[in-house]
Design a binder for this molecule. Structure first.
Ligand SMILES: Cc1cc2nc3c(=O)[nH]c(=O)nc-3n(C[C@H](O)[C@H](O)[C@H](O)COP(=O)(O)O)c2cc1C
Length: 233
């Protein structure tokens, strides 16, 4: 019997045309495993700056916020691609997460499985951006996939002139991430349906995907390259 298909909503923290992170998400959509539909969402672009007055006056947020909230609610999981801006993740992504983190008690990020990835032309592959993003998502009670994390340094050389991902190592890292996200989503969703009314926990790690670990990733002196890290040894 085939499991129920998973709907994954993919958001990029970059709004620009030709964004490396947008291209990475397009590649992920093309590599999604059987049983997963990955939809790219441009919903961060239309959001106003978060403002508690606006939130109150509009009873929870204006139309673009409501639309994004509805898309997140309908999705089984999120895939967030982040650039690194000044050693953190971009304001547009933080703005979106602030809107989505409220209003209670029906916050749409609570218990939502989320996987992270990020690309940069620089050497360190959005490590600091992803660390910051992970911290914020923890505050929202989203369930961030513990591993692998996909860091894509020196990303400009990985795409062809049409913006298609050509690098096989990065393609493998994306496949491993999406498989792990599927397992993670099914695992935490089963946990919450087994105990209705409780918030699922991030206590269980999915088994590491073969070929997706890179124990040297993140160590000073480790060479640049795609790092899909399952754990730090
Ligand atoms: C305001 C700003 C700050 C940046 N800071 C960093 C940084 O701290 N680390 C880094 O690796 N790249 C940094 N960059 C370069 C981005 O990684 C690069 O512009 C990247 O292509 C942005 O992602 P995108 O291609 O998806 O738009 C910065 C770029 C901007 C515009």
């Amino acid at each position: 019997m085939h499991p129920t298909p998973l709907n994954v909503l993919a958001l990029s923290g970059s709004l620009r045309q030709g964004s490396l992170n947008g291209r990475l998400l397009e590649a992920a959509a093309a590599l999604a495993p059987e049983g997963m539909a990955l939809q790219l969402c441009d919903g961060l672009r239309a959001l106003p700056h978060f403002d508690e007055d606006l939130e109150r006056e509009t009873h929870g947020g204006p139309e673009p916020v409501r639309q994004l909230r509805a898309q997140v609610t309908a999705a089984d999981a999120l895939l967030l691609a982040t650039p690194e801006y000044n050693q953190s993740f971009p304001g547009v992504l933080k703005n979106g997460l602030d809107w989505l983190s409220r209003p209670g008690p029906e916050e749409v990020l609570v218990g939502k499985p989320v996987a992270l990835l990020g690309a940069t032309p620089g050497r360190w592959g959005t490590r600091l951006a992803q660390a910051g993003l992970r911290q914020v998502l923890t505050a929202t009670e989203a369930l961030v996939l513990p591993a692998p994390a996909v860091f894509v340094p020196e990303a400009e050389r990985l795409f062809d002139g049409s913006g298609r991902l050509q690098d096989t190592r990065t393609q493998e890292a994306l496949r491993a991430l999406l498989h792990a996200l599927a397992r993670w989503t099914r695992s935490v969703t089963a946990e919450s349906s087994a105990a209705p009314g409780t918030r699922p926990s991030a206590a269980r790690l999915p088994p590491a995907e073969a070929g997706s670990s890179d124990g040297d990733a993140g160590r000073p002196g480790a060479p640049p390259g795609v790092h899909a890290r399952a754990r730090t040894s």
